[in-house]
Write a protein that binds this ligand. Structure first.
Ligand code: ZN
Ligand code: FE
Ligand code: FE
Ligand code: ZN
Length: 274
């Protein structure tokens, strides 16, 4: 099936210590796979090396800019765009908004990776009381959205990573205020296909949550969250089909922190006679 693919808005390089490849490696793979372009979105460097084991140092940030510039020289600045995945956490307000505003980013992803001390990416939930975890998680997403510092929220229902899916009736109760905040701040949500590589084996966000986003007019982008060039654009046909199934017909492409809408490809019709 040769459906045109969307931009991959979420990739990581070797600089974040748990991923592989350079921006040029990602751009090369993306071009070979027919993607219209990519964003390089390494984990944001933090003051005092906070959670420094999974991110570049502040001293390495110029190296990051240089690596993206080198890929842009080879593949074009419109093809390989400069982004960052910036965590929201209590305390980041002391430095993050000023730091983000001073950089020439095309796109800023906002992420929550910790819920009341639980490292969501690192291990299964520490308690059976997933309602409390989801409530705290979506409260943080709402705060993130209200700051106005970010363009797109990454992996929206990531606490389900270890198979704890979000019950449908919590979409309005626990997630509702976060969804309202995303809509009010004109933020987009990414269809993050890394969920297919995790125990839940499902896209972030799930279909019913995505439908709730669509009902509120919230925009979308597509991201593989690739930590290896081999992963760029993976799962995008399924993500496109899901987006169209809940009614999306456009997605966002960001340039210097503002977006334009691009049409979502229609899945190829089956051959005649089948
Ligand atoms: Zn990562
Ligand atoms: Fe993340
Ligand atoms: Fe990521
Ligand atoms: Zn991520």
């Amino acid at each position: 099936m040769d459906t045109p693919l969307p931009f991959d808005s979420h990739t990581h390089t070797w600089l974040c210590k748990h991923a592989h490849g350079t921006p040029a490696d990602y751009a090369r793979m993306a071009r070979a796979r027919g993607l219209p372009g990519i964003y390089v979105t390494d984990h944001v460097p933090t003051p005092n090396a906070f959670q420094g084991e999974v991110r570049m140092t502040n001293e390495q940030f110029t190296q990051y800019l240089d690596m993206v510039a080198a890929a842009q020289a080879e593949f074009g600045a419109a093809y390989c765009r400069l982004g960052i995945e910036a965590d929201y956490y209590p305390g980041c307000e002391d430095w993050l908004p000023d730091w983000l505003a001073a950089q020439p980013f095309d796109l800023v992803l906002g992420s929550i990776h910790y819920v009341t001390g639980w490292n969501v990416m690192g291990q299964p939930p520490p308690t059976e009381d997933t309602a409390a975890l989801w409530r705290d998680y979506f409260a943080q997403v709402a705060t993130l959205a209200r700051t106005g510092w970010y363009d797109v929220v990454a992996h929206l229902d990531v606490p389900k990573r270890w198979r704890a899916a979000l019950p449908a009736d919590w979409i309005t109760t626990l997630a509702g205020p976060a969804l309202e905040a995303l809509a009010a701040n004109d933020m987009a949500v990414e269809l993050n296909t890394s969920g297919f590589r995790h125990p839940i084996n499902e896209i972030y966000p799930a279909a019913d949550l995505l439908a709730a986003l669509r009902a509120r007019g919230i925009g979308i982008v597509f991201g593989s969250d690739a930590h290896h060039p081999e992963q760029v654009g993976t799962g995008f046909q399924r993500a496109l089909a899901l987006a169209r199934a809940v009614g999306y017909r456009e997605y966002r492409v960001y340039r210097q922190r503002t977006y334009t809408l691009e049409p979502l490809a229609r899945p190829a019709p089956p051959p005649p006679g089948i």
